[in-house]
Write a protein that binds this ligand. Structure first.
Ligand code: NI
Length: 177
């Protein structure tokens, strides 16, 4: 496996809608290796999610996994999920505002409104169809990663920029760590 280079804000790949993955190619050795590398890269950089464009591949692939880590000390657990060509649909009008960060926007946090519950349809890495609903933190992470596939960054979703915070100040003022 390999650690992939992360595209940082300003890289045009982050602003392009990503291409659908042809279902027939899901189980190809190239894609299998790419997904393994995405997982490895997400873990290396303590991300809770990573989308194809963030590693310079304009493909609709998202990997998500969360457990306590230095970037997210009090995070709920999300088991490893691989979502290919995901469609995300809100199941409620209710939104929640909470802190987000992004490996493509290092050392910055901001409060972002997200739907509290969403339905997700996607394929897994075996090509199997998935259809499930998620709430709260998991729903937030999926919306963030799904946005990456549309060329949208979390800054675009902030209602106001007044919570924009550098990591050192975030840790000083906004966590109990
Ligand atoms: Ni991100």
């Amino acid at each position: 496996m390999a650690i992939l280079k992360i595209a940082q804000m300003g890289n045009p790949v982050l602003r392009r809608p990503a291409d659908l993955v042809p279902i027939k190619s899901i189980k190809s050795p190239i894609l299998k290796k790419f997904i393994d590398d995405m997982i490895e890269t997400m873990r290396e950089y303590s991300g809770v999610g990573l989308a194809g464009p963030q590693v310079h591949e304009s493909l609709q692939i998202v990997v998500i996994e969360a457990h306590e880590n230095p970037r997210y000390p009090q995070t709920p657990t999300i088991p490893l999920a691989i979502l290919i060509n995901p469609a995300v649909e809100p199941l409620t009008d209710e939104t929640d505002e909470d802190w987000e960060g992004c490996l493509s926007i290092p050392d910055i946090r901001g409060k972002v409104p997200r739907y509290r519950e969403v339905r997700v349809r996607a394929h897994d890495r075996e090509g199997k169809e998935l259809d499930f609903s998620v709430k709260d933190f998991f729903a937030r992470v999926i919306q963030h990663e799904h946005d990456h596939l549309q060329g949208i960054l979390f800054l675009d979703r902030m209602k106001k920029l007044d919570t924009l915070t550098y990591m050192a100040e975030y840790q000083r003022y906004w966590t109990n760590q």
